[in-house]
Design a protein around this ligand. Sequence first.
Ligand SMILES: Cc1cc2nc3c(=O)[nH]c(=O)nc-3n(C[C@H](O)[C@H](O)[C@H](O)COP(=O)(O)O)c2cc1C
Length: 206
Amino acid sequence: MENSTQINTEKINFSLEDLEQDIWVRLVTGAVKSRNPFHTPCVATMDKGEISLRTVVLRKALAKERELRFHTDIRSPKWKELSLNPSISALFYDAGDRIQLRVKGKAVLHYKNDLTAEAWKNTTSSSRRCYLTLHSPSSFAEIPTSGLSEEIEQENFTLAESEMGYSNFGIVSIQVHSIDWLWLNHAGHRRAFFDYTDGSFQWMIP
Ligand SMILES: Cc1cc2nc3c(=O)[nH]c(=O)nc-3n(C[C@H](O)[C@H](O)[C@H](O)COP(=O)(O)O)c2cc1C
């Protein structure tokens, strides 16, 4: 997976099937490479008729399962929003290759199960700090603060102490229903739509 580019971006004629494979190679690469542009998508949820957007880290992309995952604090507003309305959308943009993906799907929330246990085991001390704030993420504060004690802020804690964060740790799994792919190209843009709900792959007018 070193080189995510399957599609020769100089050659415009490729099949929808090749393209779909290329998209998933890019997503898988985005999940494993922290400097990849697909590593930090923007994710949208609905809250009482209002849209909320935020950046997250793509932690896992599974092509066969058509699944994307990110980690979050279960005390965060997005977790509550998704438990009430699982509709979710993720936006990716690779400025180098000029490829945009608009992913739509349904969120499945994982909490204290085998999936979260495995992922938690592999989180770094630095990441674990995010789950150790006394107050919920997105709650207001009197002063500018990380919400962490000085010891925790400086990662001055044992692995056992960091285990407390597990009770706040959740995984959002996006079951992908569709992908809208857009490629900006000087010789003419290209666009395609992959609908997994009925299995149809179609070209679109950009
Ligand atoms: C580069 C970057 C990566 C982020 N990754 C995550 C993430 O993986 N999970 C997460 O919950 N928040 C992440 N955040 C913070 C969110 O964007 C957001 O500010 C926070 O989760 C609160 O969102 P909410 O109030 O909608 O729940 C990240 C922010 C940035 C800038």
